[in-house]
Design a protein around this ligand. Structure first.
Ligand code: C2E
Ligand code: MG
Ligand code: MG
Length: 740
């Protein structure tokens, strides 16, 4: 059980702590992700901006190349010396040589209106025209827009003197890969600037000039735009830390790409922030760790207090035995597995005998001490039995659940319980001697509900107690019927109280001369269905089910009303221990007495010894209040209870009534005479009156007189009679009664 609890708690602890740990880790991961995301976004934005800058910068570079050639091609002289007829010296001087020497164009060609190469210049030489071949594909692409623009421009009309150039430059450029290098190739239409010289045909010559994208060009470009590690790559460079701009021909073919190491402000920022960031993460981790540690402690405390609460909820705090709730829980599990197979499941209800007396006479501490010792004994007994355990239901009631091979084994265990609890307990309060009654139920497979199983054991216990102290009784089916009968009796009793179905009879108490001294009021119940039921049966039942207070009030009212006019005789009223224990009982009685205008001095209150065997403050107060008012107190059934001298000393009773069981034995056994004699002497020494009840024969009366008892009540003197009979007797013998 303990191992199971620990496992449950560990998993509960995990359940509670895992979210906190997960949240802390989550926060850390989120922080990292956010930083990475931001760095990436910063870098990305910066790269895109640099790419746009490089694109527009390079296109400006191309425009600059174009602009270099413009004054050479938009020139009447060029039309005359190139287009109309090829003047090699002019071409070298103003194109090939000049553009190579001053501007770095390594290749210069001319293409005439029919697309034929008319001039070739490559780095200070005149190679064969075949040197144009690598450039032919790109030139063909560039010629298309040039010829289209030329056609749009139309024939040239000369200008008047003094006006600006008559034409706009018609140019196109692109890239080509040749001899392992990438070239910027420009095609520029040769056209007049003032219109003095006209082109030879509808299509003029075109100047082709190429300049390699080499390290010189790249480094000056890089210096202008502050680019790091600018290179010409054969294809777009997709490396993470590189930016790239592809170089395309007009038909979209990529001939190479500019590639450089872009500025990455995000990475720079990250680099700068790495220390504070790590510190923040460490801080976060520390805070998370602290929270987890603290939470672990709090969770431990919570679980511990929950376990304590659970333990308290399932255990009796005095004896630490399982309580009713845990008993029911375990029983439910056991009952769900009970089958016709063995072992048999047995339930024992154990009730301590005389526990109440110990509690009432020696106090609650003694009672607690006794309960603890008894529960230890039961626990020890259960420990050696396989599958057995004990629980405390409350008060002095325990349950022992056991598994056994057969009924005999259970009977044997019950016997051992009886023996264990019978052994007196030596405590600081003296020797406590109680014993117990046991009801046993063998639970068959049809019983599935713990409450039913417990009820069977309880019914058996009820029977065991009814049979006397120290009994073991097994549950029998008929007990259910008896229980039902009791239920019926209880219902009828309730009905009787509601409908005033009771009446009183009165039994005379006389002196040795037969003079009536008093009448004891005795309650009678004639139920229309059950017939006459003895108070010996229904009074204890009324005490158990709480009806006695109502019944007691009925008795008081009725007796006061019926006996108000009786003069010269006392009237004795029986009052139950339960009434005496009820706070405010005396006050209520006084109210009723006042309402009935009776004089308390004429009344005896008959209490049994058990009514006074108590520390209950309410009993003491009730007792004192009744005495104060003048009621006399008679100790009824004296000798059957504790007959404690302490009791007589503590409560100033007025009279004791020798129990009829002793009277019945008078003349039969010497002990009875001795006992009666002792009781009479005891009464005398406490200056108490003494009366004997249940006197049925003259012999008993004589023996009582011999023992010193001179007041009697019993069938010999008269049976209980109706108040009307008593009234009639009064009418007859008024004089005698008054004289007495
Ligand atoms: P108790 O107070 O000891 O009453 C005396 C009982 O002995 C009465 O029984 C009475 O009928 C019976 N008795 C009287 N003389 C003789 C005799 O010579 N021989 C025998 N064998 N019995 C005799 P009852 O009326 O059945 O009452 C039984 C008990 O019920 C009473 O015992 C008392 O404890 C209780 N009781 C009766 N009426 C009341 C009541 O109004 N209130 C309370 N609280 N208890 C009552
Ligand atoms: Mg009585
Ligand atoms: Mg009695």
């Amino acid at each position: 059980m303990r191992v199971k609890t620990v496992i449950i708690d560990k998993s509960r602890k995990r359940q509670l702590l895992v979210p906190i740990v997960a949240m802390t880790l989550g926060a850390l991961v989120l922080l990292v992700l956010v930083v990475v995301f931001l760095v990436d976004r910063f870098n990305d934005t910066a790269i895109k901006r640099e790419q746009r800058m490089v694109e527009s910068g390079f296109s400006q570079q191309l425009h600059q190349f174009n602009d270099i050639v413009v004054p050479q091609v938009d020139w009447d002289t060029a039309v005359a010396k190139i287009d109309r007829k090829m003047d090699l010296t002019f071409a070298d001087l103003d194109f090939g040589h000049q553009l190579y020497t001053f501007d770095g164009f390594t290749h210069s060609f001319f293409i005439d209106g029919d697309g034929r190469v008319t001039y070739a210049y490559v780095m200070g030489n005149h190679p064969p025209f075949t040197s144009f071949e690598p450039f032919r594909p790109i030139v063909l692409q560039l010629l298309k827009p040039i010829r289209a623009a030329e056609a749009r421009r139309g024939p040239i009309r000369p200008h008047a003197q003094g006006q600006g150039p008559i034409t706009r430059p018609i140019q196109a450029n692109g890239f080509v890969r040749a001899d392992g290098k990438v070239y910027v190739v420009m095609a520029s239409l040769v056209q007049p600037d003032l219109g003095m010289v006209q082109p030879k045909g509808p299509r003029a010559s075109v100047s082709i000039n190429a300049i390699p994208i080499d390290s010189t060009m790249l480094s000056s470009f890089a210096a202008r735009y502050l680019l790091d590690d600018l290179k010409l790559a054969p294809a777009p460079d997709l490396a993470r830390n590189r930016a790239t701009v592809p170089l395309r021909t007009p038909d979209g073919t990529v001939v190479g790409a500019l590639s450089w190491a872009p500025r990455q402000p995000g990475s720079v920022l990250l680099h700068r922030m790495v220390t504070p960031l790590l510190a923040a993460m460490a801080m976060l981790a520390l805070v998370g760790w602290t929270i987890v540690r603290r939470s672990a402690v709090v969770v431990d405390e919570l679980l511990a207090s929950e376990m304590r609460a659970r333990h308290l909820a399932y255990h009796d705090p005095l004896t630490m035995l399982p309580n009713r709730a845990l008993l029911f829980e375990r029983l439910r599990t056991m009952l769900s597995t009970v089958s016709s197979r063995r072992p048999l499941l047995a339930l024992m209800c154990i009730d301590l005998d005389r526990f109440k007396e110990v509690n009432d006479t020696l106090g609650h501490q003694a009672g607690d001490e006794l309960l603890k010792v008894m529960s230890d004994r039961l626990r020890t007994l259960a420990r050696v039995e396989h599958g057995a355990f004990t629980a405390r239901l409350g008060g002095d009631e325990f349950v022992l659940v056991a598994l056994a091979a057969d009924r005999d084994a259970i009977a044997n265990l019950a016997q051992r319980c009886l023996g264990a609890l019978l052994t007196p307990v030596d405590s600081e309060f003296g020797r406590l001697d109680v014993g117990c009654s046991i009801g046993v139920a063998m639970i068959d497979a049809s019983v599935r509900e713990p409450s039913l199983a417990l009820r069977q054991a309880d019914l058996a216990l009820y029977r065991a107690k009814a049979r006397g102290r120290g009994c073991i009784t097994f549950y029998e089916q008929e007990m259910e019927a008896a229980f039902q009968t009791r239920r019926v009796l209880e219902t009828r009793l309730r009905h009787a109280l509601d409908h005033g179905a009771f009446h009183m009879v009165y039994q005379a108490q006389v002196d040795a001369n037969g003079t009536i001294l008093a009448y004891e009021a005795l309650l009678r119940w004639n139920d229309p269905e059950l017939g006459a039921v003895s108070p010996a049966t229904f009074i204890p039942l009324a005490e158990e089910c709480g009806l006695i207070l109502g019944i007691g009030e009925f008795v008081l009212r009725r007796v006061f009303a019926e006996t108000r006019n009786w003069t010269g005789v006392r009237v004795a009223i029986n009052v139950s221990a339960v009434q005496m224990r009820a706070p405010g009982f005396a006050a209520r009685m006084i109210q009723i007495a006042a309402a009935a205008h009776i004089n308390p001095v004429q009344f005896d209150i008959e209490l049994t010894e058990t009514a006074l065997l108590t520390d209950s403050p309410a009993t003491m107060e009730n007792f004192a209040a009744l005495k104060r008012l003048g009621f006399a107190i008679v100790l009824d059934d004296f000798g059957t209870g504790y007959s404690s001298l302490r009791l007589l000393h503590r409560f100033r009773v007025d009279k004791i009534k020798i129990d009829r069981s002793f009277v019945a034995d008078l003349g039969q056994s010497v002990e009875a005479e001795t006992l009666v004699g002792a009781i009479v002497k005891l009464a005398r020494s406490f200056h108490l009156g003494v009366i004997a009840e249940g006197v049925e024969t003259e012999d008993q009366k004589d023996l009582l007189i011999a023992a010193g008892c001179h007041e009697f009540q019993g069938f010999l003197m008269g049976r209980p009679t109706s108040p009307a009979s008593v009234n009639a007797l009064f009418a007859e013998t008024t004089g005698t009664m008054l004289r007495a």
